[in-house]
Design a protein around this ligand. Structure first.
Ligand SMILES: [Cu+2]
Length: 200
């Protein structure tokens, strides 16, 4: 083998090694402690401005109208995602939003068993309301990348399948907004911890 061939093979191997290591993924998990809310649930933990292209998912997300509530109460989605609104109740429900990032849509009013979709084209949080039941309220949080999670009642969350690298982690909550964003180094394998405290 000539020197040039060896160099070429070595370079190809370096590229391959680089690609395979980039394909490895770790995860971030932790707990958000919320002060000033009933519990620490429904906090979106998300990566700010991840690099790369994130095509809109083919799979639709879903927000039900069930028991005179929107379920889930907080639904984070990647920008471009279509959300299907399914009425599970034996009454008419409406879905509308005054939020500009969601075109201030009003999908109309429909009966049990029917679904109407809306595709979220802009980043930002949009409040979901029903003009039949003023107490119904929920949020769709539209994000730039698919690296996000929602906390459970204890405040616990896990963001899975992150390519190794540095990220800024942020929070979204419907009422509370004081916290310190965190920079996190995600390993090629395993979990890194990031805990937050959040208040009004
Ligand atoms: Cu309703």
């Amino acid at each position: 083998m000539r020197i040039r061939e060896i160099v070429t093979i070595a370079a190809a191997m370096a590229v391959f090694w680089g690609m395979s290591s980039a394909a490895q993924a770790g995860e971030i998990s932790g707990t958000v402690t919320a002060r000033g809310a009933r519990n620490s649930a429904n906090i979106v933990v998300f990566v700010e401005k991840a690099q790369g292209e994130f095509p809109a998912p083919e799979k639709h997300a879903r927000m039900d109208q069930k028991g005179l509530k929107f379920v889930p109460h907080v639904l984070p989605v990647l920008v471009g995602t279509t959300v299907d609104y399914l009425n599970n109740d034996n009454v008419m429900h409406n879905v509308f939003t005054p939020s500009g990032t969601a075109d201030k849509f009003n999908l109309g009013t429909w009966p049990m068993g029917e679904t109407r979709p809306y595709t979220f084209k802009q980043e930002g949080a949009a409040v979901m309301l029903c003009n039949v039941h003023p107490e119904m309220e929920a949020w769709v949080v539209v994000l730039q990348n698919p690296y996000f999670a929602v906390t459970d009642k204890s405040g616990a969350y896990t963001i899975k399948d992150l390519p190794a690298g540095s990220y800024i982690l942020k929070l979204w909550h419907e009422k509370l907004n004081k916290y310190e964003p965190q920079s996190v180094e995600v390993p090629a394998e395993g979990t890194v911890n990031a805990d937050f405290s959040l208040k009004r």
